[in-house]
Design a protein around this ligand. Sequence first.
Ligand code: HEM
Length: 457
Amino acid sequence: MTATPGPKGSFLLGNLREFSQDMLGFFTRLARDFGDVVRFRLVNRTAFLVNHPVHIETVLVRQHERFIKHRFFWSRVRALLGQGLVASEGAYWRQQRLLMQPSFNRERLARYGGIMVAEAEAALAEWRDGEVRDLHAEFTRLTLRIALRAFFGSAPSERTLGLARAFTAAAEEIILRMHMPVRLPDWIPTAGTRRYLDAVRQLEGAVYAIIAERRRRSHLPGSKTGPPNLLDALLAARDEAGRPLSERQVRDEAITMLLAGHETTALALVWTWYLLARDPGAADALIAEARRVLCGRSASAGDLDALLHTRTAVQEGLRLYPPAYAIGREACAEVLLDGHRIPKGATVFMSPWVMHRNPRYFEQPEAFRPERWLGNVPAGLPRYAYFPFGGGARVCIGNTFALTELVLVMATIARWGRIQLTSDREIAPRALITLRPAEAITARFHRDADGPGKTPN
Ligand code: HEM
């Protein structure tokens, strides 16, 4: 057995303060100062940061049955996500995953590609030449509209903005809760809890309305509900006794998909355009590629293979700014990692942020170099040195959806023009639930004079 190294913490809180105030810096220092397996403490919880690809594979893949999602986090978001796919466990999780998996197959993705491009073009058509906008707000609205149409067949309406606001309000409260040493139950009426529950109720109301509309329309004789989608799969599901999912179960999965399906992708778009806008050479390559491959027509899922520069920019964007910057598990049995004992009940963190910037695996790790992905995977890169979508049984169900969306939206923007930042100041990331920019990233959109959205003379 090896004594696991780690930082000293305060008597009462352990390392909670550094963990809450600057998780990226804290994790980076732990990996640099203590190596592949590091032990620390969050109040009364023993926690580990695991920084070696083989150990990450052990936790996510080889011994995944010895871990569950970590309760420290999930207990704080129960009211929002309930038993949705991100938070559920065991036989119920497996049944729900199998139920939803077909909604992400190749044929569905080809159809979603059409929605992604149509929504991106509609958003660009509204963005006046040279007008300044906040990239995060723009891309959040876009990815939310795409998720609403793809998963629920719901025409995005004024509802979209309200939903985006409610998600943001709920997320802000969740972050505050994560940083509290003890969890207050939701029935204690603090101002924060009230704000959180109000946001949850607003989201719930919107999602129940979408479900009711879909049910009503599918019962109307001769009604056109469009091709089957994820919501239809949830509504049609029956257990062995022939019982459908309850309203609450459908609501949990729908809110989970809507949240998981738009927030991370919006951030990947923000960060990748931020990196591209600061590297005109790479942006030029993208624009030239969009012209060459698309020859003046709209992109589609069939173009993914040919959009090589766009794909490598996306892979590199996800490397430098992985929206899911840390993945947590709780050990439900003791596990040994190369002689380090992980006791039952301990929390284990793995951080794409830390691994993706480790010079052991990436040359010039801080530099934006999409060309490192030209041969698909850099030579000799271990499987779990790069894992923006996690891995193993709980790998992101939407990973191909997200990659398709990212490449098609990026290529559509490149076909229409160029995004230019209003400032060349470096923007720091903030590790909230996902990796957000610490301040607004504002930009102008300059239309290509010969592009589809050219300004009329
Ligand atoms: C760039 C975009 C995305 C990133 C970086 C991302 C990242 C991740 C990661 C790291 C996990 C694993 C978490 C863990 O193991 O604890 C995950 C799980 C998940 N993601 Fe994504 N995701 C993205 C897009 C999406 C999209 C578009 C959807 C919906 C269609 C989605 C739905 C989910 C769901 C439902 C899970 C839970 C899966 C399960 O536990 O079975 N994600 N995602």
